[in-house]
Every structure is written in structure tokens, then in C-alpha cells.
Design a protein around this ligand. Structure first.
Ligand code: ATP
Length: 243
């Protein structure tokens, strides 16, 4: 049996005349954390949106659990437990922490029932004790790091098999970045969630990732184990600030 959970095959995508993805190929295996790296504008966010059904590839195919999901609507993709956490931690700021968490379970609430959802909330609170402490607080009053934790926790409530994370550390202080990424690692280790991670903080993300792909101008130009990429001269020069 294949261990491959997500396969991106020759995917191209254009915004009108702008070619944002050009025959991208990569895969994510079950249980992995895979980092998608690249400079601003290299196509990472566009790639995630093509996977989660927010955009549709103009060419190529996306397979999830060996099923071709290329043409599915975003809602059907969520139902298959492929969940994206968008950039800029879009929590519902005028709702409480716990209300945000309930909303994360929206897609399967009717099927699983309140008891299961409540027990998921308890598990999420075990992972993120700070959210339990602040469960009745409005999400908009949390710190940036806590809002990012809530955005991830809300995605966990959707019972993800594959989590797509778009720049979870954006705008966070370095210490908080480390903390948030450690939570991502625990999600994989303790909840068995497979993760595809976009992260500007290349060094921190490769420290928790198993493998990585480097994108440039809409194409994958390099791939390897996280360890090899961390020691790669080109990666060091381009992203790690030393030569
Ligand atoms: P960032 O780290 O800045 O988010 P990225 O690697 O995620 O960058 P994308 O946001 O996917 O890159 O952008 C890829 C290319 O597509 C860029 O040239 C960008 O200008 C272009 N682009 C992105 N969104 C749109 C849009 N809505 N309309 C037109 N062009 C877009």
C-alpha cells in the first residue's frame, strides 16, 4: 500500500496572464511534516489554494488518498479532512475562543454530534492550555501568538488528516514562532496529523519538518530531507542569511 497522502502532479495555474505555477510536482506522505519553501511571490500560497479547492489548476492533477480531487469544490475537500489554515490567522475576532472552536467542527457536527465535538474541544484544550484559560475571551483580544494557536486549534476541530498551514509565524516574535511550530510538531506526533507547511522562517520550519521543497517562480527547483536542505549552500544563501 502506498504511504503517499497527497500527490501534486504537473500542476500549473495562472492568474490571467500571470503564470503563478508551472508544472509543479511533489508529494506528502502519511505522517510527514513537509515544508514548502520559497521567496515571496514564488507561488506557495497559490499552491495551497489549488490543493484546498479555493483555486482550480489549469493543468495537472491533485490526488488525495489516491482520489483525484482536482475538480472538487473547496467544501468537498474539507469534507475529506483536508484542511487549510489561511495566512493572517483569520479567527472570528468578535466571537469567543470556544465559539471559534465549535465553528471549526461545523462540517462534521451533525454527523459526529455534540458529545464528540465537546470531547475534541477537551483534547484541544489539553494541547493548548492557554486557550482553555481564555475560552470565554473574545478571540480578537488574544495576543498574535494565541490567535495563531486558536487558528490551528480551530483547524484541529475539523479533524484534519492533512493540514495545510500558510505562514503560521507571520508577524510573531521569534520565541513565539518556536512555540507555535512546536505545537505543529505535537499535532503530528500526538494527533497523527500530516502537515504541509509554508513558512517564511525557513530555519525554524526545517527544524520540525521531515522533508522540504523549494519553489522559485512557480516551479519546484530543489527538494530533499529537512536536514540536507538546512545544510544546502543555496538554501543557506537564499533563506538563512549566511553564505
Ligand atoms: P508570499 O510569501 O508573498 O505569500 P507566495 O510564494 O505565496 O508569496 P503567491 O502569493 O502564490 O506566492 O504568488 C505567486 C504569484 O502570483 C506572484 O507573482 C503574485 O504576484 C501572483 N498573484 C498572487 N495572487 C494573485 C492574484 N489574486 N491576482 C494576480 N496575481 C496574483
Amino acid at each position: 500500500m502506498s504511504t503517499s497522502l497527497l500527490q501534486v502532479r504537473d500542476v500549473s495555474f495562472s492568474y490571467g496572464p500571470i503564470k503563478a505555477l508551472d508544472q509543479v510536482n511533489f508529494q506528502v506522505n502519511k505522517g510527514e511534516i513537509v515544508a514548502l519553501l520559497g521567496a515571496n511571490g514564488s507561488g506557495k500560497t497559490t499552491m495551497l489554494k489549488n490543493i484546498s479547492g479555493l483555486l482550480r489548476p489549469s493543468k495537472g492533477a491533485i490526488l488525495f488518498n489516491e482520489e483525484d480531487v482536482t475538480k472538487l469544490e473547496a467544501e468537498s475537500i474539507v469534507e475529506r479532512s483536508l484542511i487549510q489554515v489561511p495566512e493572517h490567522r483569520q479567527v472570528f475576532s468578535t466571537m469567543s475562543v470556544v465559539e471559534n472552536l465549535y465553528l471549526g467542527a461545523y462540517h462534521h457536527y451533525r454527523k459526529t454530534g455534540k458529545k464528540k465535538v465537546d470531547s475534541d474541544i477537551e483534547k484541544v484544550f489539553e494541547l493548548f492550555p492557554i486557550l482553555k484559560e481564555r475560552k470565554d475571551q473574545l478571540a480578537g483580544t488574544l495576543s498574535g501568538g494565541q490567535q495563531q494557536m486558536l487558528a490551528i486549534a480551530r483547524a484541529v476541530m475539523a479533524r484534519p488528516v492533512l493540514l495545510l498551514l500558510d505562514e503560521p509565524s507571520l508577524g510573531l516574535a521569534p520565541l513565539i514562532v518556536k512555540e507555535v511550530l512546536q505545537y505543529v510538531k505535537r499535532l503530528r506526533d500526538e494527533f497523527g496529523v500530516t502537515v504541509l507547511l509554508i513558512e517564511q522562517n525557513v530555519s525554524a520550519s526545517l527544524k520540525i519538518a521531515d522533508r522540504g521543497y523549494v519553489m522559485s517562480h512557480g516551479s519546484v527547483i530543489k527538494q530533499g530531507s529537512a536536514k540536507d536542505l538546512l545544510n544546502d549552500q543555496e538554501v543557506k544563501e537564499a533563506f538563512l542569511g549566511h553564505t
